[in-house]
Design a protein. Sequence first.
Length: 161
Amino acid sequence: MRVVGPFGTTFLMPNHREASIMMVCTGTGSAPMRAMTERMRRNMVHFGGRRMLFFGARNSRELPYFGPLLKLPKDFLDIHFAFSRDAEVPRRYVQDAIREASANVAALLGDPHGHVYICGLKGMEEGVLAAFGDACAAAGLSWPELEAAMKAEGRLHIETY
């Protein structure tokens, strides 16, 4: 059997209490985010930073395995859903949700202890990074500078397929 996939240190969580974590995912890209959230929940004393989750799916019927996350207190995990094919609401993508929460997004991106994890469809990456640029611009921050610093410091983790 041959196993192929991401490997290495791509999605290792920070080990310091002040770390803030933003997770952006679509579809099955939510698996590592669910695992990280559960680890933080079980060890809350070790995770004092902010936690944000942006999840994109076609519609709300794709949320069954999010059940435990939906029961978490809002002050533990700030969840933002984006549904692109729900007949009852206009199309909304993760980058739209990021723009709607731009003040909190910019604060986390500007936090020297902030970590960002992006996992999901390759097509979302460009839109997410552009939304980060918009959020930073609205807050008077330079996304290109923050992005370069986060990459150099290993605080920007992207795994798309």
